[in-house]
Ligand binder design. Structure first.
Ligand code: ACM
Length: 503
């Protein structure tokens, strides 16, 4: 049911009661608070309205931001807008999310700018709300990644998974293996320009993410998706192993097949592997994991595990057990794509990332369930609903179709606890991956990400049974984000499924 006066909020809050009227926002509106969220609010209001709000050390002020040390639920907040606006976070993250909600209630009408009156109490359903950006197929520089962080954290995402290596390129400098970025980072898919992050660049991304309450999860994809490693260090990888799909798809797309030691410019998968029975491989893996762990304050290192199509199963399982053990020894929690669940002895506590379909095929569900059996848990990235790189319609100019064609409604209508046969408590949350084979610019990325990232944000944040948790409500509420996205320059796809509002 759509309440006629539903507030224009995505993700929809736990409880939200609309009030009467608006709190005007003008150049005399003052903000009180000591949190970094104050400056973030001032900047956002100015970008949106051109109004520079003043801060004041005095109370009461028209807008107050505070953290309540007695509040219990992490990331929760309350927001009351009446004669004044008061945002109270249980912690700094909760306050940040309350400010994002407040910004969605900032609207312009005939009388000028104002905040819609409301009484809101809110907290996330899942602790894990992630997006992934593939910076390997195409490289995106520090400023692009910061913009991606700003726009996804505004939807209350709190994890950024960076896919830092693949067949097409290696994107983060590793001091102990310097040829990775010297030799294997210069190109992207289709022969487009590449790039890489220096360790200072990476630290800058991590710090910016932290300022928006996002944890960075770095991924080095292993043992497959490793052709680029062989461009830098040929002794670490096997010769490419072709598969039928790779050959026919490469021919259809006019892409070259992989050649050992040369940059790979196509986007076929499954042909590469590190040398699993060579001890030098594990020296390499340990050095990379150690350097990444030192650079990464978050608890996770993602070690890949997908699509090792040319690797014998026993070798793959051996590698999965060793690589997850190395991550634990280096002080982090391993994360892996669900295929690594085939290995009986993956490190206890390893987190699996399920990227099969909403109706699991083959051994995918079993592999995923093994993470829970080993004391780990799961991130749900069902490819036929969460993959942001799939086309919206068959004729959409960007994106791929192998998992599904995903319109906004299909992206919205799924339930992360209903896919696998594991206890609900084993589901940490949702991650929406953005693979970048077909996208060269951040604007192209945004066309695929928005509005569908808003759908996954609501699935991850909002209660399953909320009054507004329906497609009919969501499509109107997501349409109400258009003025915010336009003001921020977000190149969202104006899907015909959504009634986009003008202000
Ligand atoms: C994947 O899409 N290969 C994880």
């Amino acid at each position: 049911m759509v309440l006629p006066h539903a507030l224009p909020l995505v993700p929809t809050p736990v409880s939200a009661t609309p009030g009467e009227g608006r709190l005007p926002i003008t150049a005399t509106t003052r903000v009180h608070g000591t949190s970094p969220a104050v400056a973030q609010l001032l900047d956002a209001v100015e970008r949106r309205t051109g109004i520079s709000l003043a801060t004041t050390p005095e109370r009461p002020a028209e807008i107050e931001l505070r953290v309540d040390p007695d509040a219990e639920d992490a990331e929760s907040y309350t927001l009351m807008i009446g004669e004044r606006a008061v945002v109270t976070g249980a912690d700094e993250a909760g306050l940040f999310y309350g400010v994002q909600t407040l910004l969605q209630l900032l609207r312009e009408d005939e009388s000028g700018w104002g905040l819609l009156c409301a009484d809101i109490a809110d907290a996330p359903r899942f602790a894990r709300r992630g997006v992934m950006l593939d910076v390997a197929r195409h490289f995106f520089g520090v400023d692009d990644v910061k913009r991606f962080i700003d726009r996804t954290s505004a939807l209350k995402y709190n994890h950024l998974h960076l896919h830092l290596s693949d067949d097409q390129g290696w994107r983060v400098h590793i001091d102990s293996w310097p040829l990775l970025t010297e030799r294997a980072a210069t190109t992207s898919a289709n022969g487009d320009p590449g790039g890489f992050y220096t360790q200072d660049d990476y630290r800058e991304i991590v710090a910016h993410a932290a300022s928006r309450h996002m944890i960075v999860i770095p991924e080095i994809d292993l043992p497959g998706h490793t052709h680029a490693i062989g461009v830098a260090y040929p002794e670490l990888v096997e010769a490419p192993v072709m598969n039928d799909t790779l050959i026919t798809e490469s021919e259809r797309l006019g892409q070259p097949l992989p050649v050992a030691g040369e940059p790979y410019l196509g986007w076929g998968v499954g042909h590469s592997s590190v040398r699993i029975r060579s001890e030098r491989t594990y020296e390499f893996v340990r050095d990379v994991v150690r350097e990444l762990a030192a650079l990464t304050p978050g608890p996770y290192i993602h070690v890949g595990g997908d699509e090792s199509l040319g690797t014998p199963q026993a070798d793959f399982d051996h590698f999965a057990e060793r690589v997850t053990a190395i991550v634990v020894e280096e002080g982090k929690t391993p994360v892996a794509w669900h295929e690594m669940g085939s290995a009986a002895g993956i490190a206890e506590g390893t987190v699996g990332q399920y990227w099969g379909k909403t109706t699991p095929q083959g051994s995918h569900a079993e592999e995923a369930a093994h993470f829970a059996e080993r004391g780990g848990a799961l991130i749900m990235s069902a490819a036929d609903v969460t993959y942001l790189d799939m086309k919206y319609t068959a004729d959409f100019p960007l994106g791929l179709t192998w998992a599904a064609i995903i319109d906004v409604r299909s992206a919205y209508e799924w339930e992360p606890t209903a896919v696998l046969d594991v206890p609900d408590a084993a589901i940490l949350g949702v991650e929406a991956p953005m693979w970048t084979e077909t996208t060269r610019t951040l604007g192209e990325v945004e066309q695929l990400v928005f509005p569908r990232a808003a759908a996954q944000a609501e699935i991850a944040w909002s209660p399953r049974e909320g009054a507004e948790r329906s497609w009919e409500s969501f499509r109107v509420r997501v349409g109400s984000l258009a003025p915010l996205w336009k003001a921020e320059g977000v190149e969202f796809h104006p899907s015909a499924e959504i009634p986009w509002s003008a202000r």
